[in-house]
Write a protein that binds this ligand. Structure first.
Ligand code: G3H
Ligand code: 13P
Ligand code: ZN
Length: 340
């Protein structure tokens, strides 16, 4: 079994100057796509589930899908991560389920909408760090707020409003010191979903300088980029060609993510690009043969389309070829590390 603590993976990525994509999963086909890409490129992986994913697929189904992925692919180091935990209770229920990493997103209050105070964020993050580290589980925290909303989670900030909630590099240093979190999600002007920027982003709206500054102050801090789908034009075009209606939109260019990786970004969250790939492939399959009604007919190309996106990101972020080098540590190993 190769389900390892996320911290081990982030440390290895930092030592070897690469980043790891964290792909969201909701069902069997998505896990299969990630593993197909990981096996083909020999990549370690972070598989993450949002609260919405956990309730959609039900915890037990999800847990066993992840266990199946690990059992079938023992050579692939895999971290199981709770994406955007809204409370210590959510995070600890993920730990109970066997997740090796949790995100305590205290940048928002428990309702997942209201930007939270500094004191609240520090308090809930400290609480999760204490409980999770006692079990060897990794903790990601967030400072600053992203734009948009996903599954009811998010302050619903517009592109412009998100600029007022960027991570402050000086506060980031104090926050990491006070909480002892393993990784810090930073707000740099991105948002979740497909509608991030109205035109190709410049440094004025996609604030890579915030990342460079945090890295300068804290070279050992593992940073996380959320809302990092690139929203490729060609995937949107496929959706629109086959009956979809998506307006022109721009995501985070892969070159900017690569620059982030050169400055301390170790985990890159990607969900929307996979959603686009799946939807385009299914729309095409429906139009290609309207007489078909076997779900396997359209889910197979959807799975391949998502695997192609995962593969491209794994190669671009530098995690390809890294699986054999990652030590298969256990939660017990990390428990001892945190206790030191
Ligand atoms: O957190 C962002 C991911 O895209 C998850 O979205 O909450 O709709 O599952 P979701
Ligand atoms: P995207 O919507 O850009 O894929 O971001 C996903 C994310 O940040 C999940 O936490
Ligand atoms: Zn996110």
């Amino acid at each position: 079994m190769a389900i390892i603590p996320m911290r081990t993976l982030l440390d290895h990525a930092a030592e070897n100057d690469y980043g790891v994509a964290a792909f969201n999963v909701n069902n069997m086909e998505q896990i299969q796509s990630i593993m197909m890409a990981a096996v083909e490129t020999e990549s370690p992986v972070i598989v993450q589930a949002s609260r919405g994913a956990r309730s959609y697929s039900q915890d037990n189904y999800l847990r066993h899908l992840m266990l199946a992925a690990a059992e079938l692919n023992p050579q692939i180091p895999m971290a199981m991560h709770q994406d955007h935990g809204n409370s210590p209770a959510t995070c600890m229920s993920a730990v109970e389920m066997g997740f090796t990493s949790v995100m305590m997103d205290g940048s928002l209050e428990e309702d997942g909408k209201t930007p939270a105070s500094w004191d609240y964020n520090v308090r809930v993050t400290q609480e999760v760090v204490k409980a999770a580290h006692a079990r060897g589980v990794t903790v990601e925290a967030e400072l600053g707020c992203l734009g948009g909303i996903e599954d009811g989670q998010g302050a619903g900030l517009s592109e412009e409003e998100a600029q007022e909630h960027l991570t402050d590099p000086e506060e980031a240093g104090r926050f990491v010191e006070l909480t002892g979190c393993d990784a810090l999600a930073v707000a740099i002007g991105t948002s979740h979903g497909a509608y991030k920027f109205k035109k190709k982003p410049t440094g004025q709206v996609l604030r890579m300088d915030v990342i460079r500054e945090i890295h300068k102050r804290m070279p050992n801090c593992h940073m996380v980029m959320h809302g990092s789908s690139s929203v490729p034009e060609e995937l949107v075009a496929i959706i629109n060609e086959y009956g979809g209606k998506m307006p022109e939109t721009y995501g985070v260019p892969v070159e900017d993510i690569q620059e982030g990786i050169r400055h301390g970004v170790r985990k890159i969250n990607v969900d929307t690009d996979n959603r686009l790939a799946i939807t385009g492939a299914i729309r095409k399959a429906f139009m290609d043969d309207p007489s078909e009604f076997d779900p396997r007919y359209y889910l197979k190309p959807a799975r391949v389309a998502m695997a192609e996106v995962c593969k491209a990101r794994m190669i671009a972020f530098g995690q390809a070829g890294r699986a054999p080098g990652v030590e298969m540590k256990t939660l017990d190993d990390l428990k001892k590390y945190y206790a030191m």
